[in-house]
Design a binder for this molecule. Structure first.
Ligand code: NAD
Length: 481
């Protein structure tokens, strides 16, 4: 049976990669082979970068008001085609259709925010900084930027970057995850229809060679990476040593603080959604619940009841809450981490290792651990599956001390009705995306996104106003006439 082989989009045209190496793309709900992703070569990447560099001068001289017009058209096209994009996403990734659509809508908001460039790119000016001398600072685009995307939000993550980059007058090369390249194929068809000039937006499919090529290519000014912590650190350290701008968003281990005074039903609903949504493959997923002040029995019983009620299955089917994990290999990794949790003394309250789902999909059911202790691997390492751990502490201070000792600090949330506890949490918690009575503390497009410690390498985070700092140089003009 022949399967579709993906193409690259360079200079406004779809072109075949000559690479002999490819990755297989499967529908994780069925195991069916749905495509072949070429692992483009370094030369193919270099060609795309040269095309983007060539397009830069004309694009940066295009007035910002004209630059945002194709973004408005892209936003309209994404609105019109959101359901089709969500269905493509579910087929290659596995998350449910409503989760897929939610992530597409989040992505569309990025395009909306980027169209604010005429205001958000403005500089500052001051007359008479000295007698007869005026000073003005302007933001100028820098050149070619790229992004390297993870598998878990196939449509949304590149939208964190390219709309802002091109609105500022830069040109761009995107590398999707080789595990889920179809969403970006569809996205770039819409990009083409939106009418960006050739070379402004380019797509190169591939894996490690493209990433290493981006690090090496001297014509790339900046790289945005999203993925696991070891690769985030690798890309950050190598590419910044090549004097590029780099923002590298890494992995997560998100602690949720559940106070005894919380609105318990609301909190348990939110935590279940946060931990089990997208099969736990979210960098903002709840991973460990710190039960604070003697509420653990109630929490355990409430979560168990909610998690047992979730329907596991093909995310494209109605009534399914929990789709598969991304691949057979990833399922094995999740199962190994569950086994390690058992070996280390965690109490497996709900065992999702063999969910009753027909077919050859890569399913892991809802899994709940109790009696988890700080030193255990399931308390410290990212699992990236539908696995939730319960830990008991006496006070908020004790919980904060545990969270501060964790190397990963992407997102933390607290559930409480106490203003004092909420304030102390917000003030002290180490993660830089923090929720108060919010299960998934995801910043909107006009705020910035990114964690702390080993969850983020760099200084300027994704989207929001910080995008306009990442994608521009601030030039100061001092003039006397
Ligand atoms: P990953 O690190 O395996 O891959 C990310 C990208 O890096 C892919 O495009 C891949 O081709 C490339 N890559 C992988 N290994 C490489 C290597 N050895 N050399 C060069 N390039 C390499 O991540 P993933 O499994 O696709 O995504 C899941 C991870 O992403 C999780 O850790 C999750 O927490 C993280 N994530 C973080 C955020 C955030 O905002 N912090 C958002 C989404 C996902």
């Amino acid at each position: 049976m022949s399967v579709e082989r993906l193409q690259n989009y360079v200079g406004g045209e779809w072109i075949d990669s000559t690479s002999k190496t490819t990755g297989q793309v499967h529908n994780p709900a069925t195991g069916e082979l749905i495509g072949e992703c070429p692992f483009s070569t370094k030369d193919e990447l270099d060609h795309a970068v040269a095309v983007a560099k060539e397009a830069f001068d004309g694009w940066r001289r295009t007035p910002v008001e004209d630059r945002i017009q194709p973004l408005f058209r892209l936003k309209a096209l994404l609105d019109e085609n959101a359901k089709e994009l969500a269905a493509i996403l579910t087929r290659e990734h596995g998350k449910t259709l409503s989760e897929a659509l939610g992530s597409v809508q989040r992505g569309i908001q990025m395009v909306e925010a980027a169209t604010g460039a005429p205001s958000l790119m403005m500089g500052q000016s001051l007359e008479d900084i000295s007698r007869g001398i005026d000073c003005q600072s302007v933001r100028q685009p820098v050149g070619v930027f790229t992004c390297i995307a993870p598998f878990n939000f196939p449509a949304m993550v590149p939208l964190w970057f390219f709309p802002f980059a091109v609105a500022c007058g830069n040109t761009f090369v995107c590398k999707p995850s080789e595990q889920v390249p179809f969403s970006q194929k569809f996205m770039w068809e819409l990009v083409h229809e939106a009418g960006f000039p050739p070379g402004v937006l380019n797509l190169v499919n591939g894996a490690h060679d493209v990433v290493n090529g981006m690090i090496e290519n001297p014509d790339i000014e900046g790289i945005s990476f999203v993925g696991s912590t070891p690769i985030a650190e690798y890309v950050y350290s190598k590419a910044s040593a090549k004097l590029k701008r780099v923002q590298a968003l890494g992995g997560a281990k998100n602690y949720i603080f559940l106070m005894a005074d919380a609105d318990m039903d609301f909190a348990l609903d939110s935590i279940t959604e946060s931990a089990m949504g997208c099969a736990g493959e979210r960098c903002l997923a709840a991973s460990v619940v710190l039960c604070i002040g003697g509420n653990k029995d109630e929490v355990r019983e409430g979560l168990l009841k909610r998690m047992q009620a979730l329907v596991v299955g093909d995310g494209s089917k109605p009534g399914v809450h929990l789709g598969p994990v991304i691949s057979a290999e990833h399922k094995e990794r999740v199962l190994a981490k569950i086994q390690r949790g058992i070996d280390e003394g965690g109490e497996l309250v709900l065992d999702g290792r063999n969910p009753d789902v027909p077919g050859d999909g890569y399913f892991v059911g809802p899994t709940l651990f109790d009696n988890v202790k700080e030193g255990m691997s399931i308390a410290q390492e990212e699992i990236f599956g539908p696995v939730l751990c319960l830990m008991e502490v006496d006070t908020l201070e004790e919980g904060l001390a545990i969270a501060k000792r964790q190397p990963l600090a992407n997102a933390n949330s607290i559930f409480t009705t106490s203003g004092r506890a909420a304030r102390q949490f917000g003030y002290e918690v180490p993660a830089s995306m923090a929720g108060i009575n919010i299960g998934v503390a995801a910043p909107m497009s006009f705020f910035s996104f990114g964690g702390a410690k080993q969850s983020f390498f760099g200084d300027l985070k994704a989207h929001g106003r910080e995008a306009f700092d990442f994608y521009t140089d601030r030039k100061v003009l001092i003039s006397r006439w």
